[in-house]
Design a protein around this ligand. Structure first.
Ligand code: C5P
Length: 227
């Protein structure tokens, strides 16, 4: 019988723009494992709380919203991007805006909200394996994961990557603003009292500054395959 604890997990944590999403997707595809985009879950909660016009500092109201919002990840098939469906409504694009990112970061700072989301995240651990992308995957959600990676990159490079991504989507953004937002968000994520952003003691830290994607994918796969 397969117990949940026997399902291998690779945790990929790191700050925004460190390349986690792209790397996690590529590595999950190579391993044939499923994927948990935990940032999308926090974004979905920030978005749902906004839709319900909740005060984002009201921990109990937002935690209730986190517990009863239905968040589904749907594979559209044909290699398309995973769709994020919130209470039956496709919110894939809506949760990717900078406003939604800021709302996610605000609700993620509330311990009650993080607690309400633990079981939803653990449920993704299914055979043959899971690649879990986030901030506290290796430290809090899957502390027993056999494979842990922490990706970093300079703030300037992360802002640059984000700038290109958003520009490609036709959004009006400036590099200076993005750099400022990234620095603010990093500071908030690293200084919060609950699940602050830091590498797990047993994580392999990989600096992706100036590194092409295939090189980072290879370095992460090497962590899984070294055993
Ligand atoms: O990774 P992404 O930018 O989509 O995450 C949005 C926000 O959700 C982050 O800035 C962070 O505040 C929060 N988050 C978190 N813990 C996670 C994943 C995301 O606190 N495991």
């Amino acid at each position: 019988m397969t117990t949940q604890a026997s399902v291998p997990v690779l945790t990929i944590d790191g700050p925004s723009g460190s390349g986690k999403g792209t790397i996690a997707r590529a590595v999950a595809d190579r391993l044939g494992w499923s994927m948990l985009d935990s940032g999308a879950i926090y974004r979905a909660v920030g978005y749902a709380a906004g839709e319900r016009k909740l005060d984002l500092t009201d921990a109990h109201a937002v935690a209730r919203c986190a517990a009863d919002t239905r968040i589904e990840f749907r594979d559209p098939g044909g290699g398309g991007d995973t769709r994020v469906v919130i209470d039956g409504v496709d919110a894939t694009e809506a949760i990717r805006t900078e406003t939604a990112g800021a709302a996610a970061s605000a609700v993620a700072a509330l311990p009650e909200v993080r607690e309400a989301l633990v079981d939803k995240q653990l449920a993704f651990r299914r055979p043959p394996g899971l690649v879990a992308d986030g901030r506290d995957m290796g430290t809090v959600i899957f502390p027993d994961a056999p494979f842990k990676v922490f990706l970093t990159a300079s703030a300037a490079e992360r802002a640059e990557r984000r700038y290109k991504q958003l520009k490609a989507k036709g959004l009006a953004v400036t590099l200076a603003n993005l750099l400022h937002e990234i620095e603010m968000r990093d500071a908030r994520d690293a200084s919060r009292t609950v699940a602050p952003l830091r590498p797990a003691a047993d994580a392999v830290v990989i600096d992706t500054t100036g590194q092409p994607i295939p090189a980072v994918v290879a370095a992460v796969l090497a962590v899984v395959r070294r055993t």
